[in-house]
Design a protein around this ligand. Structure first.
Ligand code: ZN
Length: 303
C-alpha cells in the first residue's frame, strides 16, 4: 500500500474504513483511494492510457488521488468553511492513505462518515464531468452529503467495533416464503477490502445452503461490484477473482442458482449478524431457532 510501511498502519486504515457507517460503495471507493487504485489521470498516464495528466478542474496541477479528492483549488470551497479541514489542508500529504490517517487521527473533531461521503461525491462528480453528464455543483456537495448520510440506515449494534483486522460475515437462508431456515455468522481475519468480505460472504452462503441440503438457491447481496462480477463471471480481479471463481463452482452444484442486488435496508438481518460476529465466537450457526435479538428484524426484512 503506497505510503504505508507498517502492518499497524494498514490495520488502522482498514478498521477506519470498515467501521464507517456509510454504504459499501462509499467504503469501496475510499479503500481504492487509499490503495491508489482509482483511475486518476496520473494513474492512467502511468499506463499510457492518457498523455496529459493535468487536472480538468484547475488546469494547473497533475491529477493524482490527493489532488482529485482533496488538494484541487476547485474543492477549497468545500473545506474552507470547516476550521478543522482548513487546518488539515495546510499539511502536505504524499498519498491518500496518509490523508486518511490524518483524518482518522482527527476523528474526535470531524464527522468521518460525512467526509467519506463527500470524497465519494467528489469522485462521482469528477467522473460525470469527464463523461459530459450533468453534475452537482461543488459547493452543494456538503449539503447533499449530509442529506445522503441522514437517509442511510445505521445497522443495529453499529456502535460496537469489530476486533482489529477482522470483519464479520452474516448469512441468512430463507425458504421460498421468506421463513428463516438457518442463519450464521463467521469472523474473517484481515480481509483486504469490503468487496472481498462480500465475495467471501457469497461463497460462505452457498456452502451453508449446500450444508442445509438446499437444491435451488437465490443469493442476495448488497455490494454491487461483487454481484455484478458474479453475474458477468468475471474472475480476473486480483483481490477477489479467486473467491468469485469458487462462488461460480459452488453455484454450478445447485439445480438453480441466481444472484441479485438488494438494498442494505432489505438486508438488515445479514448486517446485524455480521456485526454479531464481534461477540467472541469465530463461527456461530443457528438452524432451528434464531437468537432472540435478531428474530424481530426478520419480519422487518420480509415486509
Ligand atoms: Zn485541480
Amino acid at each position: 500500500m503506497p505510503g504505508c510501511s507498517t502492518q499497524g498502519k494498514i490495520q488502522a486504515i482498514w478498521n477506519g474504513i470498515w467501521n464507517l457507517q456509510v454504504p459499501h460503495k462509499v467504503k469501496h471507493m475510499i479503500w481504492r483511494a487509499t490503495h491508489n487504485a482509482l483511475p486518476t489521470l496520473c494513474n492512467l498516464g502511468r499506463r499510457n492510457v492518457v498523455s496529459c495528466v493535468r487536472c480538468w478542474s484547475c488546469k494547473s496541477e497533475s491529477e493524482d488521488t490527493v489532488h482529485a479528492l482533496w488538494k484541487c483549488s476547485s474543492l477549497f470551497v468545500l473545506w474552507e468553511p470547516d476550521g478543522v479541514l482548513k487546518k488539515l489542508l495546510r499539511y502536505n500529504v504524499s498519498s491518500f492513505a496518509d490523508l486518511w490517517m490524518m483524518v482518522l487521527d482527527n476523528r474526535h473533531c470531524l464527522d468521518v462518515n460525512l467526509l467519506a461521503i463527500i470524497f465519494w461525491m467528489i469522485w462521482s462528480r469528477r467522473n460525470s464531468v469527464r463523461l459530459g453528464e450533468a453534475a452537482i455543483e461543488i459547493r452543494k456537495i456538503r449539503q447533499q452529503a449530509r442529506l445522503f448520510l441522514s437517509r442511510f440506515p445505521r445497522s443495529p449494534g453499529s456502535e460496537t467495533s469489530l476486533p482489529k483486522g477482522s470483519a464479520g460475515l452474516g448469512i441468512v437462508i430463507r425458504d421460498g416464503s421468506g421463513g428463516v431456515v438457518g442463519a450464521m455468522t463467521e469472523r474473517v481475519h484481515l480481509p483486504s477490502s469490503p468487496a472481498v468480505v462480500e465475495a467471501m460472504a457469497c461463497r460462505r452462503a452457498l456452502l451453508f445452503a449446500q450444508e442445509l441440503g438446499c437444491v435451488d438457491c437465490s443469493v442476495e447481496g448488497d455490494e454491487e461490484v461483487i454481484i455484478n462480477s458474479i453475474v458477468a463471471r468475471e474472475v480476473l480481479n486480483p483481490e477477489y477473482g479467486q473467491v468469485i471463481q469458487d462462488v461460480l463452482t459452488l453455484a454450478a452444484g445447485f439445480q438453480f442458482c441466481n444472484f441479485s442486488l438488494v438494498k442494505r435496508i432489505g438486508n438488515t438481518v445479514a448486517h446485524f449478524l455480521a456485526r454479531k460476529a464481534v461477540s467472541g465466537h469465530e463461527l456461530q450457526v443457528w438452524t432451528d431457532s434464531l437468537p432472540a435479538d435478531i428474530a424481530p428484524l426478520v419480519t422487518r426484512d420480509t415486509l
